[in-house]
Design a protein around this ligand. Sequence first.
Ligand code: NAP
Length: 458
Amino acid sequence: MTSVTTSPLRVAVIGAGPSGFYATDALLKGREDVSIDLIDRLPTPYGLVRYGVAPDHQKIKSVTKLYERTCGDPRVRFLGNVDFGRDLSHEDVRRHYHAVVYAVGAPSDRNLGIPGEDRAACLSATEFVAWYNGHPDYVGLDVPLDATSVVVVGMGNVAVDVARVLAKSVDELATTDMADYAIEHLRTSKVTDVYMLGRRGPAEAKFTTKELRELGELDNADIVVRADELEVSDASLKAIEGDATAQKNLEVLREMAAKPLEGKPRRLHIRFCVSPKEVLGDDRIAGVVLERNRLEPTESGYIQSVGTGELETLDAQLLLRSVGYRGTPLPGVPFDPRKNVIPNDHGRVLDAPGGQQVVGEYVAGWIKRGPTGVIGTNKADAMETVASLLEDDLPALDPAAAAPEAIDALLAERGVRPFGFDQWLALDRHELDAGKASGRPRVKVTDVEAMLKVGSSG
Ligand code: NAP
């Protein structure tokens, strides 16, 4: 049990996405006398549930009802519109809270490391997803949808989301909560062919079967899978022994390869064992050079891709890399640049990988374990972190600094206007009402100043 001389235990949770909410919930359940400030740099809570989950996957977003309940607990304050690192420093949180939990996710993306990928028409899925979901930082992204062929690099669920959004008709998307400007821009789309590219084979694909199946059932696009790219070696089969998802994926891909084309307006191609080697063109993309790969098991049994030198050029004008999110360092907080996570032991922050514990600092979610797993994975992850926190001896605080009013005063002094949960609920109502009026789940406000205005007038 914590040896804290002032009560209640004051905790700052930085980041109000799923892992931040699950950490908050675990703290509420684990300790009666706790007082939590859930801090986010945006006025809106819910992180990737709002800005990452695909707009045509509304059901997944209903998890926010649980998060709403968490924020309804009088022991929790939501402080939106407060940027850790800019509005509140590492020293500030150490002075005002017994413990801090970093739950900031993995906001950046990985590069391919190939020539030409710095061209304007090479975007990351992270940017494209944030753009169509109305993330205020990405409203102005230039997405060249005059492209007829688009390459999506990667075989994970994000690549599937991005490929599906590009393949669907705008009428299917116009009934979702996709940002208005994105719907309007997608209305002008000239895309006819979307190519998902996997560097490894069908047995190594990372997507889940439900998401794969959905690609085969699109009204607006035929699915194209080459039978010759579905051959699976004994080593690959051995590697997926007992992996029901990978085996089911293979079955579904074989069904897709056998399915005749129906002449739908668009085609979604799923290609395996190819890697982009170079993006051709000047300002605009004039094609993507692909290298065919063969697969080789390593000593550990991992199936790796090895280039064969055999090249082909795919005629494409837009490239989206969907090869994984990437964590970035927080000012004043240890960081492992190899794994792009905050080094930790069961959620306890360490001063370096394998190093000493930094007392009073914890980490949860993607910035703890890397960008893997579905929303629910973060629950067990956050519970582990909070169990560590509640076990530890935490330093005593100056009682005046520990009072919630001290943080309020500090932010006011700096001219920061925290956006409270009641203000979010007013903004939420506004968006839901606008959605009702137009037959959509919600119409998102995508500008921070407008959010602050709606929240304050609600
Ligand atoms: P992911 O599942 O890790 O997939 C990343 C993909 O990028 C893999 O196919 C990987 O191939 C490929 N890749 C990595 N580096 C590459 C390179 N240099 N060249 C070519 N390909 C490369 O990541 P994600 O799709 O970003 O998803 C992140 C997490 O969110 C996942 O756990 C995912 O399931 C979850 N998510 C879930 C849903 C849903 O449930 N509907 C929706 C979206 C996201 P290798 O396997 O060869 O490394």
